[in-house]
Design a binder for this molecule. Structure first.
Ligand code: ZN
Length: 100
């Protein structure tokens, strides 16, 4: 799959929604994605956008996994885990993500 360059939708400023008179509405400029084609400024078809985001998500997951393995090799994975655990407690409604 070709990677389409994505940029922030300037109509909704990347939020994907616009504030109507009574309620929020999906941004028509980006079909609610908050992202548009970087060069043309046009909205991508939802199915195409899903593919682009899935591709990027896969890339990010790979980077996280690489860094986790690097920390493990350095014997720091436990420390990183503890830090993440402490950090979560500071946030209201913080999750119980442990990096596993
Ligand atoms: Zn938009």
């Amino acid at each position: 799959m070709t990677t389409i360059p994505l940029g922030r939708c300037e109509i909704c400023l990347g939020k994907g929604v616009i504030q109507g008179i009574f309620h929020r509405m999906e941004c028509a400029g980006c079909h609610g994605a908050g992202l548009v084609h970087k060069e043309t400024g046009e909205a991508l078809e939802p199915a195409v956008m899903v593919g682009q985001l899935r591709q990027r998500l896969g890339g990010v997951a790979g980077v996280i996994e690489q860094q986790r393995q690097q920390l493990e090799r350095q014997g720091l994975a436990g420390a990183a885990k503890d830090y993440a655990g402490q950090n979560n407690k500071r946030h209201r409604g913080g999750g119980n993500w442990t990096g596993d």
